[in-house]
Design a protein around this ligand. Structure first.
Ligand code: GTP
Ligand code: MG
Length: 197
């Protein structure tokens, strides 16, 4: 798929103020600083579409981008950011749960996982919740350029092994680098197939 146009539409504090749910939508979520905004920019071939930052917690609200006038990408704020209060955390959880469970045009959630690390409890917990809510998702391993391929492979395998403990079928997975544009074609092709389904 060729991305001809990528437009920032709106940042919404709640699911109720998101754009009309009349187009297929793909959300990107994962731990704070995992590379969600960078991946979106890489997919869209735009350096500054979604705001990125070396400081975790940059993305705070639900950000909609309209692609080729026909589908939405959504940049969500990350989880697992240590420097927030309990009440902020609860607010985040409520906003995300509401968005994920109420957004009727949501086709797939891309869960971003840092390829440099072994499986983390908060990623597994988030996946567990998506399963409970019956929301379709795929896994995207990020920052692959920052580690040796053998280490990435080991971490990806360890993650699959963890999931196998509670899941009969494994979700699709992509290995990516926003830096090197790895995985771009695969993800766009996946979205294209979903849009046509
Ligand atoms: P929050 O919105 O704060 O939750 O962060 P985010 O998940 O959107 O991460 P963001 O895209 O802002 O990237 C965080 C940092 O990681 C930035 O300094 C990026 O330049 C860097 N980064 C993201 N993806 C990659 C990648 O594939 N390779 C490398 N080397 N760096 C990356
Ligand atoms: Mg971000």
């Amino acid at each position: 798929m060729i991305i001809k146009e990528a437009l920032y539409v709106i940042s919404s504090p709640t699911v109720e103020t998101c754009p009309k749910p009349d187009k297929p939508e793909y959300a990107f979520i994962g731990r704070s600083n995992v590379g969600k905004s960078s991946l979106i920019n890489m997919l869209c071939n735009r350096e500054k579409l979604a705001k990125t930052s070396a400081t975790p917690g940059k993305t705070k609200i639900i950000n909609h981008f309209l692609i080729n006038k026909s589908w939405y990408i959504v940049d969500l704020p990350g989880y697992g950011y240590a420097k927030i209060s309990q009440s902020q955390r609860r607010q985040w959880e409520q906003m995300i749960e509401n968005y994920l469970r109420k957004r009727e045009n949501l086709v797939n959630v891309f869960i971003l996982i840092d390829a440099r690390h072994s499986p983390q409890a908060n990623d597994l917990e988030f996946i567990h919740n998506l399963g409970k809510w019956e929301i379709p998702f795929t896994l995207v391993f990020t920052k692959a350029d920052k580690e040796k391929p053998a280490v990435v492979e080991r971490n990806v395998k360890a993650f699959a092994d963890k999931l196998r403990e509670s899941w009969q079928f494994l979700p699709r997975q992509f290995i990516t680098s926003a830096e090197k544009k790895t995985g771009r074609d695969e993800i766009l092709q996946f979205i294209d197939e979903c849009n046509k389904a």
